[in-house]
Design a protein around this ligand. Structure first.
Ligand SMILES: *Cc1c(COP(=O)(O)O)cnc(C)c1O
Length: 402
């Protein structure tokens, strides 16, 4: 799933443009920058590619989530519903604003279970944040209906699903706001970077201001700009934006390679009785960055994951026992390990994560293996990997029957 596998002249050209003028900042220095505006150019191209009216580039995917939430007016004490299976950035961004993360179960899509979402809504709920993990998506039709009914903001975290679609529309463009990460291991990379898309002009203006200390960006003199609201610094540099521009030109090639390699792996595993695949909601198409599959029991899945590693199949993850992506690994969150004091809203309102029942999430995560789909593999490498994966899983499942 990583664009860094195919760096080339495209990125080099844009970086050289920036280096020749030496203007590494995205704002100002108009006369010295040889008319290169890499961040602006990326925003226009990305908005177009995603079918959105506006794009705001920022310094990371985590920053994108924070800025998106802030732009939509989410603050202290507001509750944001998020899944148990995600990246730590979900609760980090919510808590950075003093808002309260409300964790709920996932289902066989490996993303938010709409029933669990509806059950978690309180008068303080402001936003539902589905996370399209590992290349595929949440049940967006149901989540949209819930958000409409309860007047909630739908914020898609599409950091791991760039290029996937739902009913023909790019993931990230369906909710009120969509967030992307361009960190080093994502589908396209800026080195570090993130993006927000929206069709809501107000949110777009807020995002533009919030990510740059509240600057209104009106006029030609940065020093004379006013700041109508408080903000922060989540700016991206021109150098990072330049890399991203080169990568963006190749996005569709990356996606085609992912699909090709994914299909070979999936066909091989489909032959193994007992292996089933993660549910993709009707109307959805994955971005094919991971192949996600289930084995019948947690014990078999754990053993199969270990055996895959021993057989030399790298890049397969058992998230259930992983430090970063599942609630089991978040001891620091469960026990509020912070350097300083947490805001009282978070302390008072947050559910006790040590005692909440997430057995439904455990059921799916305990049986899930996710294998990275690389774009740099040769066809022979993919074929050999497919064969090994099928053999290992078959062996596991036959051993179980005997
Ligand atoms: C990578 C990622 C992020 C955060 O992105 P960074 O650019 O690394 O800050 C957020 N959410 C998900 C699902 C991610 O995979």
């Amino acid at each position: 799933m990583a664009g860094f596998e195919l760096f080339g002249n495209e990125e080099r050209k844009h970086v050289n443009d920036v280096m020749e003028s030496g203007i590494l900042m995205r704002y100002g220095f108009d006369g010295m920058r040889n008319n290169h505006w890499k961040a602006k150019e990326f925003e226009a191209a990305f908005a177009k590619r995603m079918g959105a009216d506006y794009c705001q580039l920022v310094s990371s995917g985590t920053a994108a989530l924070t800025v998106a939430l802030a732009s939509a007016g989410i603050g202290a004490g507001d509750e944001v519903i998020m899944p148990t299976f995600t990246f730590v950035a979900s609760f980090e961004s919510i808590m950075a604003l003093g808002a309260v993360p409300v964790l709920v179960d996932i289902d066989d899509t490996l993303t938010l279970d709409p029933q669990a979402v509806e059950a978690a809504i309180t008068p303080k709920t402001k936003c539902v944040m589905p996370v399209h993990m590992c290349g595929s998506m949440a049940r967006l039709t149901e989540l949209q209906a819930i958000c409409k009914k309860h007047r909630l903001i739908l914020l898609e975290d599409a950091c791991q699903a760039l290029g996937g679609t739902f009913n023909g529309k790019p993931l990230g463009s369906i909710g009120d706001l969509g967030c992307f990460s361009f960190d080093f291991v994502k589908t396209i990379t800026c080195g570090e970077g993130g993006g927000i898309i929206t069709n809501n002009q107000q949110y777009a203006i807020h995002a533009d201001q919030y990510q740059d200390h509240g600057h209104d960006h009106i006029g030609k003199d940065r020093g004379a700009e006013t700041h109508p609201h408080l903000g922060y610094n989540f700016r991206i540099s021109e150098l990072h934006a330049a890399i991203g521009l080169g990568q963006l030109e190749k996005l569709d090639d990356f996606l085609a390679l992912q699909k090709k390699n994914y299909t070979i792996l999936r066909e091989a595993l489909s032959q193994v009785e007992g292996v089933t695949f993660r549910t993709v909601p009707e109307g959805g198409e994955e971005n094919y960055s991971f192949l996600n599959f289930f084995l019948p029991t947690q014990e078999l899945t754990e053993r199969a994951h270990k055996a895959l590693g021993e057989a030399g199949v790298d890049g397969c993850f058992y998230w259930f026992k992983n430090n970063w992506h599942y609630i089991n690994g978040w001891e620091h969150l469960r026990n509020f390990k912070t350097f300083g004091n947490l805001s009282s809203e978070i302390k008072n309102q947050m559910q006790n994560l040590n005692t909440t029942n997430f057995s439904k999430s455990d059921y799916w995560m305990g049986r899930t293996i996710s294998c990275l789909v690389k774009i740099g593999w040769t066809e022979a490498e993919v074929q050999s990997r497919a064969k090994k994966m099928a053999t290992v899983c078959e062996h596991m499942l036959v051993a179980k029957k005997a």
